[in-house]
Design a protein around this ligand. Structure first.
Ligand SMILES: *Cc1c(COP(=O)(O)O)cnc(C)c1O
Length: 453
């Protein structure tokens, strides 16, 4: 084994196709339903919100989808992204495990999100759309869409969850620098926002509320459409560039992962890394265990109910069969803002039901401990979200120290924390506390999940 630290692909070896897991699944996931009729939705139902190309990608059974040239041109600003072998972390843990991380923080906004915001802006621009609306929690998705819209000359309007709008002024400034308009959510601009504010004037917001606001605006105007940063099939499709590159980089390293670990908010960075490896596993060419990690404060896969629920708080979206904590669930304001969504991608939820992936929850102080350990050995300060995956990696590596097993672990390091340093400040000063979701709160929000006759 060589002593290499980075596995770098040449631009010429960047994937030119996304991989569609739906083509290889033994059992298809249940379809989204129309909230009025409870019947499966058709393409026309989505047309006010998304361009045809993305609606087609949502349901296609084609195994590979070509990445358009203008998208590849923008991808080349930072892709292929590096795969690192975490040699210094391995040494610090004194583990025989080999730990690799695929680093998406090299994108202009510091996360994996532009892998999908760029094609989404491209297809909308091609369709003559003038403005895209969206929600953002931590601000990662809003800045990714703002950047992508700037690349294709589309206007961008973002509803940012109030708590993060107040706590993260730099994310807002980043979006504004790219030319986006940013509103705190709930806002007075929309009926959904006004209804929430009337009942809860001090509301700190949620992703579900912000989605309602952005969807309402897009549905009301012909030249405006909506963009979602996670959860849907087309988003996970776009993110598979991560896993496709990582497979090639593992060839360079002459190694094969035994365990894949990723954090799951809506499931896109996890799916993007895991799906190409799952294809290899289903074809019998490798057999990694694939594990999703979520916060104890928002344990969608591990404690949510697998049922049809709305993607947003106001009930404007189609009903999605997914693991959900209830569409009006307001999670504890943990620092990993990207992991605070009440639902989980229907595709990831389906994989969990089928036993193709595992899931576990970890409390945020343990995640920050792993993040600090990682920063002090590998140098990169991880965004609060991927510290969940890192905590699971560290735990596994320490288990290998006991057993002597040379397990090969691959994790998605989906972003850096340069704009999330106050979260580390809170951890370092001892202010980060245990925040597991209580049984009472869970039962209360699950009671609001719709009952389908
Ligand atoms: C948005 C985000 C997440 C959560 O979204 P997924 O779709 O689950 O990937 C996690 N990490 C970072 C850095 C993010 O920006």
């Amino acid at each position: 084994m060589s002593g290499r630290t980075k596995y770098l692909l040449d631009e010429d070896s960047m994937p030119t196709q996304w991989y569609n897991l739906l083509a290889d699944l033994p059992v298809a996931p249940p379809p989204p339903l129309h909230p009025g009729t409870n019947e499966p939705i058709g393409p026309d139902d989505l047309a006010p919100l998304f361009p045809q190309a993305l609606i087609a990608q949502e349901v296609t059974e084609q195994r590979h989808v070509d990445i358009p040239g203008p998208v590849l041109d923008v991808y080349r600003l930072w892709r292929p992204s590096p795969l690192f072998r975490a040699r210094r972390l391995e040494r610090a843990l004194d583990t025989p495990a080999r730990i690799y991380y695929k680093y998406e923080g090299v994108s202009p906004v510091g996360s994996h999100k532009p892998n999908t915001s760029v094609p989404q802006a491209h297809y909308n621009a091609e369709d003559g759309v003038r403005r895209l609306t969206t929600e953002t929690g931590a601000g990662q998705w809003g800045s990714a869409l703002a950047f992508a819209c700037a690349s294709f000359g589309v206007d961008c309007e973002v509803w940012q969850v109030r708590a993060s709008y107040d706590q993260k002024p730099y994310r807002r400034l980043m979006m504004e620098t790219y030319g986006a308009d940013v509103h705190p959510s709930p806002s007075k601009e929309t009926a959904a926002g006004r209804a929430i504010l009337e009942e809860h004037p001090e509301s700190t917001g949620s992703l579900g509320i912000a989605i309602s606001e952005a969807v309402e605006q897009a549905a009301a105007d012909d030249t405006t459409r909506y963009a979602l940063g996670s959860v849907l099939n087309h988003v996970l499709l776009h993110q598979t560039v991560i896993g496709e590159e990582a497979l090639r980089q593992f060839d360079m390293a002459e190694d094969t992962p035994d365990l894949l670990v990723g954090c799951t908010g809506g499931g896109s960075n996890f799916g993007g890394l895991a799906f190409p490896f799952l294809r290899e596993k289903l074809a019998g060419r490798m057999s990694p265990v694939i594990r999703a990690v979520e916060p104890a404060a928002c344990p969608t896969l591990t404690r949510g109910r697998y049922t049809y629920d709305f993607g947003d708080t106001a009930g404007l979206t189609p009903l999605l069969k997914m693991h959900t904590l209830g569409h009006d669930f307001i999670p504890d304001p943990i620092h990993a803002g990207g992991l605070r969504y009440h639902g989980m991608s229907p595709l990831i939820s389906h994989l969990y039901e089928q036993g193709l992936i595992e899931a576990r929850e970890i409390a945020q102080q343990d995640c920050f401990a792993a993040g600090v350990r990682f920063a002090r050995t590998e140098g990169i300060i991880p965004a609060p979200e991927p510290t969940h995956a890192l905590a699971a990696c560290v735990e596994e590596a320490l288990r290998c120290r006991e057993s002597g097993e040379e397990k090969v672990i691959l994790t998605a390091l989906c972003g850096h924390a340069h704009l999330d340093l106050p979260a580390y400040g809170a951890y370092l000063s001892g202010a980060v506390r245990d925040n597991a979701l209580s049984e009472e709160d869970l039962a209360r929000s699950l009671a609001e999940v719709p009952h389908l006759g």
